[in-house]
Design a protein around this ligand. Structure first.
Ligand code: ZN
Length: 362
């Protein structure tokens, strides 16, 4: 099922706001405006995570936190060379082979950007030994057209500013799939808004918090402080994980179009089996696909489930091809599967279920 125009507009808007870890303020302020526009109270913490609160009328309601990270991978300016070229460090995990000759933009102020590219050696000039050794990121030269260091400085460039690879939203295959930068994790950001819009007028048996963390890509830092602030009884983490289906091998975990991910194991959390069963039940109830998934990476769930005396935490992810590049691809059926099964869970959840799951582990 392809997306509605409104959903597409949300993806267009939120994939195109730049926000590397630690510099998410433009994403956060756009989110804040939307949450406030829907009539929700906003909660934020000192690192910059933002959450909308939908209180329950039930005084005994459990607190459920639905959260995705708002930061993306990118670069931070570390040096301006005498000839005007700029050097950067990566922020988050980047594969150097995906970068040379990419178009990039550098944020020099609120809503102020300069455009450029990453310098690449043409094949004629490559030395034999260069062919087997990709250029390291700290050796790459970012070219914004400046002819000297002074010209870059006068134009507003400074150490510590953010650079992001351009990746406009493009509709593929009549809307079945979407191509853009930052589906990891603007998927979770868009889904959070979408779900709040859907549930706005509905009375829930849970005290619902839906929002976005900062600094996931550098080690789930925002999730740690936000989980402390909210102290949820249950957390559901929305994130976008690497697909492994490009070669057509069906036995690989992470098939684009295969539905929401039942993420049973990763580096940061061993999933709660009771919650995975519930996630599968929700998908069955609304008639959408799901697939098992494991990962050598982690998510915000890793930080959240270790807070206090342990917080029951479930990931509710989809997969994308080419994550951590500006050309990631998602399948819109996966998005709709995640959306409808999440809405089912939020309408269905109550204290009795939570007590049962918690007791099952004692
Ligand atoms: Zn992510």
């Amino acid at each position: 099922m392809s997306l509605t125009l409104h959903q597409l507009q949300l993806f267009e808007r939120f994939t195109q706001i730049d926000g590397i870890a630690g510099q998410e303020v433009a994403v956060a302020s756009a989110l804040r405006a939307i949450y406030e526009g829907l009539g929700f109270e906003i909660i934020s913490d000192n690192l910059g995570s933002v959450v909308a609160h939908k209180p329950s009328k039930n005084p005994n309601a459990i607190k459920v936190l639905v959260v995705g990270h708002m930061d993306e991978v990118g670069f931070i300016v570390t040096d301006i060379c005498p000839n005007g070229m700029i050097k950067c460090d990566p922020v988050g995990g980047l594969n150097p082979q995906t970068l040379l000759a990419s178009r990039v933009r550098l944020k020099i102020g609120p809503n102020q950007f300069v455009s450029g590219s990453i310098d690449a050696v043409p094949p004629h000039l490559m030395k034999e030994e260069d062919r087997d050794h990709p250029v390291k990121i700290d050796q790459m030269l970012f070219d914004f057209g400046f002819r000297s260091k002074q010209e870059a400085l006068t134009s507003g460039v400074n150490i510590g500013q953010m650079v992001v690879v351009e990746g406009p939203l493009t509709i593929l295959n009549n809307g079945q799939r979407l191509l853009a930068k930052a589906f990891d994790n603007r998927y979770g950001i868009v889904l959070g808004i979408d779900v709040l819009e859907e549930l706005k007028e509905i009375n829930l048996d849970i005290d619902l918090y839906v929002g976005a963390t900062v600094q996931e890509e550098v080690g789930t830092r925002g999730a740690a402080t936000l989980a402390h602030k909210i102290h949820p009884d249950l957390a559901i983490v929305l994130d976008c994980s690497p697909a492994r289906d490009s070669t057509g091998v069906k036995s690989e975990l992470g098939q684009l179009g295969g539905g929401v991910l039942i993420r049973f194991y990763d580096r940061s959390m061993i999933a709660f089996p009771e919650l995975l069963d519930y996630q599968k039940l929700a998908a069955d109830q609304v008639g959408v696909k799901y697939q098992y998934f494991d990962s050598p990476g982690g998510t915000d769930a890793g930080a959240i489930h270790l807070k206090y005396d342990g917080i029951l935490t479930l990931t509710h992810c989809i997969c994308a091809r080419n994550i951590h590049t500006a050309a990631s691809v998602i399948d819109t059926d996966d998005y709709q599967a995640a959306r409808s099964s999440l809405i089912y869970m939020l309408k269905d959840l109550n204290r009795d279920q939570l007590v049962k799951w918690a007791e099952a582990r004692r």
